[in-house]
Design a protein around this ligand. Structure first.
Ligand SMILES: [Fe+2]
Ligand SMILES: [Fe+2]
Length: 166
C-alpha cells in the first residue's frame, strides 16, 4: 500500500535500506515476532509522520529512526545481558557513523541525528534528548516496541510492509 506520505518516507530511507548493515537487522529478532529491520522502519515511519505533522525535521527523524538500533548483535545472548539497555545506543551510533561516512550517497550524521540515536533510550537512560525530534523518536520507539510486543504487526506494517523487500 503506497500513498504520498509513504512515497516521501521511502525516498528518505531508501538509500539506507540498500546498505548491508541495515539489511542485517532483518536477521536479529526484536520485540514479539518483529525483527530489528521491521522495528526500525516502524519507528522511523511513526517519527516521520509525527514530525511532519508538527513542522519538525521529519527527514532527520526518519533517518535517525532507521539507524537508532543499528547495534548489530543478538541482544539476547549472555554476553550483553544487563548492559545492553544502556550501551546499545553508543554501539548503534558508531555503526551509523561508519555507514554514513563510507557511503558516498548518504550524508554524514548531523548533530540532531546523532542526538536521536544516542538519546533514544531516555528516560530509561539518563541522557536527556536535546531536540524535539529526539523526543519524538523516544516516544515512537516505546510505542512501536509495545505494539510489536502485542503482535500488532499487521496494523503497523500496513503502509510500510513493501519496504522490507527492498
Ligand atoms: Fe534501542
Ligand atoms: Fe528501538
Amino acid at each position: 500500500m503506497s500513498n504520498k506520505s509513504t512515497d516521501e518516507f521511502e525516498s528518505i530511507v531508501l538509500d539506507l535500506l540498500n546498505e548491508d548493515p541495515v539489511k542485517k537487522m532483518e536477521y536479529i529478532s526484536c520485540h514479539g515476532s518483529a525483527n530489528f529491520l521491521e522495528h526500525s522502519i516502524n519507528v522511523a515511519y511513526m517519527s516521520y509522520r509525527i514530525c511532519k505533522r508538527f513542522g519538525l525535521d521529519y527527514r532527520a527523524a526518519a533517518k535517525g529512526g532507521m539507524l537508532h538500533d543499528l547495534f548489530l548483535y543478538d541482544w539476547r545472548d549472555g554476553e550483553h545481558n544487563g548492559r545492553h539497555c544502556f550501551s546499545h545506543p553508543q554501539v548503534a551510533y558508531k555503526n551509523a557513523m561508519r555507514l554514513c561516512s563510507k557511503a558516498d550517497h548518504i550524508d554524514d550524521l548531523t548533530d540532531l541525528e546523532k542526538d536521536i540515536i544516542l538519546k533514544h533510550m531516555w528516560p530509561l537512560s539518563a541522557k536527556r534528548p536535546r531536540y524535539r525530534e529526539s523526543l519524538v523518536v523516544c516516544l515512537a520507539d516505546k510505542m512501536c516496541a509495545a505494539m510489536e510486543s502485542l503482535h500488532m504487526k499487521r496494523i503497523m506494517r500496513k503502509r510500510t510492509a513493501h519496504l522490507i523487500a527492498v
